[in-house]
Design a protein around this ligand. Structure first.
Ligand SMILES: Cc1ncc(COP(=O)(O)O)c(C=O)c1O
Length: 348
């Protein structure tokens, strides 16, 4: 079964009859200010892509640890982790957010029973309770949660990891959207060995198409993942671009600053309009924001937006409620700003 994700312009074009190049795509949380792609030397295309030591070093420096495995997107790790953790640790159920990047759910569901906690609210108490159940063996957190924005702090995560260590369980922390708020990362603190972190290159660097991600984990798990993935899993051009991007501290620092500064403006672009039609702001992050509203209204909003050439991402929560996630717009692009305003005015 394939899941629905943001950024699917082919499906949107087919459904709404609009050319692929005529969308203002706000349906993902990918940074609109992409890292400028450098010239790529022919060997990057021609040779088998053994991992460049320079890339690994730059990634280790960026993530602040030696325990990095680079992969073709964090999605590639998400698909394989349940099998590996079941082999390495216990074969018990996994506890996941009910709302959140659903590929975790799908991957664990192929391996074991999945139990859920609320992804919409702070579910700390619920998680602590459920981890005490003898049938629960692993915990998945998405920090910040996409699309709900909820987060859990390092101290809390350490306590859960210690709780699970007693049954050889693991805590998986998906930090795909954390790069603009590095101070919230579990990577800032010492964590027990049963905490694994997933990072995504595509979101912050705005280059989801090159397919690069990282798993930060102890050597045994990295080796196990490497064995399953086989050789050459990160292609040569992706390696060339990422080496430069990971080394470019000036770009990273100014981009974090820019996205943090723009966060209020990006929210303000939608907040008045959406609150006026009765929605509630649920998530507010530097790369996306989400609004909660009745399902029928969300469907109308999605359809009317698409007719105006603006694609947002509705995420059903219950039969009657939906979250609408809205990504960033290039605030210097006047035609895009005009398109948003025209749509808002047409809705009233
Ligand atoms: C929370 C989360 N984790 C992981 C991913 C996978 O990202 P990638 O495979 O591009 O690293 C996504 C993609 O949207 C996501 O939203």
């Amino acid at each position: 079964m394939s899941l629905i994700h943001g950024g699917d312009l082919y499906s949107a074009s087919k459904r709404f009859g609009r050319p692929i190049n005529d969308w203002l795509d706000l349906s993902t949380g990918i940074n609109v200010h992409s890292y400028p792609i450098p010239a790529i030397a022919p060997p990057a295309w021609q040779r088998l892509p053994y991992l460049e030591p320079q890339l690994l070093q730059a990634a280790q420096h960026y993530y602040g640890t030696d325990h990095v495995l680079l992969t073709a997107g964090s999605q590639a790790v998400i698909e394989r982790l349940p099998e590996i953790l079941h082999q390495q640790g216990n074969r018990l159920c996994a506890l996941l957010p009910d709302i959140g990047y659903q590929e975790h759910h799908r991957a664990w569901g192929l391996q074991t029973t999945v139990m859920t906690y609320s992804g919409l609210i702070d579910a700390s108490a619920q998680i602590s309770d459920l981890l005490n159940q003898p049938n629960v063996g692993h915990l998945v957190l998405i920090n910040p949660n996409n699309p709900t924005g909820s987060t859990y702090g390092p101290d809390q995560i350490r306590t859960w990891a210690q709780q699970l260590a007693k049954k050889q369980g693991y805590v998986v922390v998906d930090e795909a959207f954390i790069d603009c708020q590095p101070q919230h990362s579990v990577m800032t603190q010492d964590m027990p060995d049963n905490v694994l972190v997933l990072r995504s290159f595509g979101k912050f660097f705005g280059l989801a198409g090159i397919r690069l991600g990282a798993m930060i984990a102890p050597p045994r798990l990295r080796q196990q993942m490497t064995n399953i993935m086989g050789p050459w899993c990160v292609n040569g051009p992706a390696q060339a671009i990422a080496t430069e991007a990971f080394q470019n501290l000036a770009w990273q620092q100014s981009m974090v600053q820019q996205l943090q500064l723009e966060q209020g403006q990006q929210r303000a672009l939608w907040q008045d309009f959406l609150l006026r039609i009765g929605t509630r702001l649920q998530a507010d992050t530097p790369l996306f924001r989400s609004f909660l509203l009745p399902a029928t209204q969300a469907e109308d909003l999605h359809t009317l937006g698409a007719k105006a050439g603006i694609l947002v991402r509705p995420v059903p929560i219950t039969e009657t409620t939906t979250l609408v996630r809205v990504g960033n717009i290039d605030l210097t692009n006047q035609p895009h700003l005009d398109r948003c305003r025209a749509w808002q005015i047409s809705i009233g």
